[in-house]
Design a protein around this ligand. Structure first.
Ligand SMILES: O=C(O)COP(=O)(O)O
Ligand SMILES: [Mg+2]
Length: 232
């Protein structure tokens, strides 16, 4: 995939992570985990504990939940199926879009950027969540955790989105909330901007080696102007 020739593509694109960047979806996910643990007759985990498990996709989240609840004897495929059933109900119901997201997307589109959503959440759930919050129309492509054989931190989802948008690889940036996004962007040799909210994981933001932090997506057009000038 790395050998794809992007040089005939000229468009600038912004790839944006979903959970923790566009939507504060932890309340939906934590509620589905609470229902899963109820099914398994296990004690609930704290909100912060479960939120800290978000970032590497649902199968990893479930593995972490089972480990934290001393339920490693439970079949992960079964637990995943139980979770999915609950998540179909909770997805989009409790969490909300972060402040500045809608205005930021409008400003980016107005400035001529093509927009793609690159998430480790399963594709179907991602599209459903974007739909529920009326964010879907902004995105020309959505790459989910199960769209390709590899998810972030692999480079492939970013390269795939870039190609789908007919954008030049050296004209794409990623915006995310976690070290998974940073690692994926580095693997794709793409600049990465990190929101100061979201689910950065236990290490927090301090140790993040990104190209810049933002408090709101509304700050992006100005930041990208500066970044693109540096790349000419
Ligand atoms: O589902 C996850 O674990 C994370 O999803 P994200 O890539 O949109 O942050
Ligand atoms: Mg995220």
């Amino acid at each position: 995939m790395n050998s794809i020739d992007f040089t005939h593509h000229t468009r600038h694109a912004v790839l944006i992570d979903l959970d923790g960047t566009l939507v504060d979806s932890a309340p939906d996910i934590v509620e589905a985990v609470r229902r899963l643990l109820l099914d398994l007759h296990a004690a609930p985990l704290s909100f912060d504990t479960v939120r800290g498990f978000i970032g590497h996709g649902v199968p990893t989240l479930i593995r972490r939940v089972l480990r934290a609840s001393a339920l490693t004897h439970i079949d992960e495929v079964l637990a995943l199926a139980l979770f999915q059933r609950h998540y179909r109900d909770t997805n989009g119901r409790y969490g909300d879009v972060y402040p500045g997201v809608r205005a930021g997307l409008a400003a980016l589109q107005g400035a001529g950027y093509r927009l793609g959503c690159v998430t480790n959440k399963f594709y179907e759930a991602s599209v459903a969540l974007l739909d529920i919050h009326a964010l879907a129309p902004w995105f020309e492509v959505v790459v989910g955790g199960d769209t390709l054989s590899q998810m972030k931190p692999a480079a492939e989802p970013l390269l795939h989105a870039c190609r789908a948008l007919h954008a030049r690889l050296d004209r794409c940036v990623l915006v995310g909330d976690s070290h998974v996004d940073i690692a994926a962007a580095r693997a794709a040799q793409m600049p990465v901007f990190i929101v100061r909210y979201g689910y950065p994981g236990p290490e927090g933001h301090a140790a993040m080696a990104c190209d810049g932090f933002i408090d709101s997506l509304e700050e992006l057009p100005a930041m990208l102007d500066a970044a693109n000038q540096g790349r000419q």
